[in-house]
Design a protein around this ligand. Structure first.
Ligand code: GTP
Ligand code: MG
Length: 514
């Protein structure tokens, strides 16, 4: 069975998904683009217009008092009149993600020539001459020795209109969980593809991370993709238009089948991350006479992303924590706003906390809105009482906590000889939660052709199936229904280091609310 067709059939993010109902019988594959549009319009926390500075509106509906007060405090970031975007760099191992990320920092003046010379020497000493640009992003010894990113690298840079946080994900298949964590914090993705002879082919074949990363990114809510065809300077490529067109034409159908509206949400461009060509300024016609499109900085500058609701209920999944004059938690605000002095809950433990300080990048701010990556200093809780996967949440409307939920799953590719049935165990990745889970019951299989539930009782399913099932975890976790908060209701299941399914939470037990 063609898995890509099946994914398209699921249309994980279709308008109907937002209502947690099924896709109507007459939905046709060509409607992917249309439903994508509806999807964004239907998102509860996102609106399909150009991102604007977070603005407090005097109007309010049923929002809680704490959030409301906070949303009305002027955003210090607003004064800069720059929007903020989180960009995750994804793609197969060695595609050039860290090199391109490092080059961006160099071109934006954040790394001086002396540091580059130091990295050149260090890379040479490690017999990794060509990796010196990647060393800007790959900061730990293991990464530098192996020439592979392990942890998601973070950095900031600014263009004319936008402040960017770069999240440099690892491409190696062993580190997909780290990539998932990076992608779950991102608004847009830069998919880096190596054009070098043989490398594009390896990265793109089944089992390569190009496909896996794209599917994960879409599931994790990365709504827009810039596809950079990298290593155009390589002697096997030499800025060849044929090679570029070949890569584009092979990837487009796959992106479409993964749920991306290629016309609206995807942009291709050629670059050399190592040399820095077509990045800050457009490529010289002497090098690449056929390219008339934008350079990378221009493309990043003009990406439009949905605005999030600054007055929604506060939700910040915690990705990390440490001690520093109190307890500091890190994460991305998925909904609502936070202010110094706010009273919040750390869920699922319902621990009441007070916000002592909020840091955005290096700056202390009084208030921060959705989409921001923050460090928040809290009182009322010890660092050891927090785990990643917990959610800093509003008091009035805390995030639901569950040990069980109902979900619609798209089975991608099971391990050899495995069948997906009640009792199947996997690792659940949902926002910053990583938790063992078990499928306790298959409820319904969805016919990929008609998109309707099949009548026959389902006992097991195979690759490509779409199935509604009950999933259980051992300890309480924080989740939302996809229809309420897409970012907190979409997930992946992995077994033995492989992504075997993607899904969305369709229902929570009625007693789930805190
Ligand atoms: P992982 O973190 O392991 O997934 O790899 P990555 O995608 O971050 O790749 P990285 O930036 O570490 O680069 C891998 C190799 O490709 C290094 O030897 C780079 O010098 C080389 N490379 C990256 N970009 C380019 C490019 O534009 N041109 C050429 N010729 N080589 C490049
Ligand atoms: Mg890397």
């Amino acid at each position: 069975m063609d898995i890509e067709a099946e994914i398209r059939a699921l249309q994980l993010d279709s308008a109907e998904d937002n209502n947690a109902t099924l896709i109507p019988e007459d939905a046709k594959p060509e409607e992917v683009e249309m439903t994508d549009k509806v999807e964004e319009e239907g998102m509860t926390d996102e609106v399909d217009t150009k991102s604007q500075p977070v603005q407090a509106e005097p109007k309010m509906k049923d929002k809680e008092v704490a959030d409301m007060d906070c949303a009305e405090v002027p955003d210090e970031m607003e004064s800069q009149k720059k929007r903020h975007l989180n960009v995750v760099f994804i793609g197969h191992v060695d595609a050039g993600k860290s090199t391109t990320g490092g080059q961006i920092l160099f071109l934006s003046g954040q790394v001086d020539d002396r540091t580059i010379q130091k990295y050149e020497k260090e890379a040479k000493d490690k017999s990794r001459e060509s990796w010196y640009m990647a060393y800007i992003m790959d900061t730990n010894e293991e990464e530098r020795v192996k020439g592979k990113t392990v942890e998601v690298g973070r950095a900031q840079f600014e263009t004319e209109t936008t402040r960017f946080t770069i999240l440099d994900a690892p491409g190696h298949k062993s580190y997909v969980p780290n990539m998932i964590s990076g992608a779950s914090q991102a608004d847009i993705g830069v998919l880096v593809i190596s054009a070098r002879k043989g490398e594009f082919e390896t990265g793109y074949e089944r089992g390569g991370q190009t496909r896996e990363h794209v599917q994960l990114a879409k599931t994790l809510g990365v709504s827009k993709l810039l596809v950079v065809v990298n290593k155009m300077d390589d002697h096997t490529v030499n800025w060849s238009k044929e090679r570029y067109d070949e890569i584009e034409s092979k990837i487009v159908p796959f992106l479409r089948s993964s749920g991306y509206n290629v016309k609206k949400d995807v942009q291709f461009l050629p670059i050399s991350g190592l040399v820095g060509t077509n990045m800050k300024t457009r490529v010289d016609k002497n090098i690449c006479p056929w390219w008339n499109g934008p350079c990378l900085f221009e493309a990043l500058d003009s990406v439009e992303v949905p605005v999030r609701d600054p007055k929604g209920s506060y939700r910040m999944p915690i990705i990390d924590k440490f001690k520093d004059m109190g307890t500091v938690v890190m994460g991305k605000v998925e909904s609502g706003s936070i202010c110094e002095g706010d009273s919040l809950l750390v869920m699922p433990n319902k621990a009441p906390v007070k916000v002592l300080a909020v840091y955005c990048d290096e700056d202390k701010v009084r208030r921060a809105g959705p989409g921001e990556n923050l460090r928040v200093r809290l009182s009322g809780i010890e660092e050891e009482d927090i785990s990643s996967g917990f959610v800093l949440s509003s008091v009035v409307k805390p995030i639901p906590t569950v040990t069980e939920f109902t979900a619609q799953l798209q089975i991608l590719e099971l391990l050899e000889n495995a069948i997906f049935t009640a009792g199947y165990k996997a690792v659940l990745h949902i926002h910053s939660v990583v938790e063992e889970c078990e499928i306790v019951e298959l409820l319904q299989q969805i016919d990929p052709k008609t998109k309707k539930p099949m009548k026959k009782k389902v006992l097991f399913v195979k690759n490509g199936a779409v199935v509604v099932c009950r999933i259980q975890v051992n300890s309480l976790i924080c989740v939302e229904k996809f229809s309420d908060f897409p970012q907190l209701g979409r997930f992946t299941l992995r077994t033995e280091g492989k992504t075997i399914a993607v899904g969305k939470v369709t229902d929570l037990p009625s007693r789930s609310s805190a």
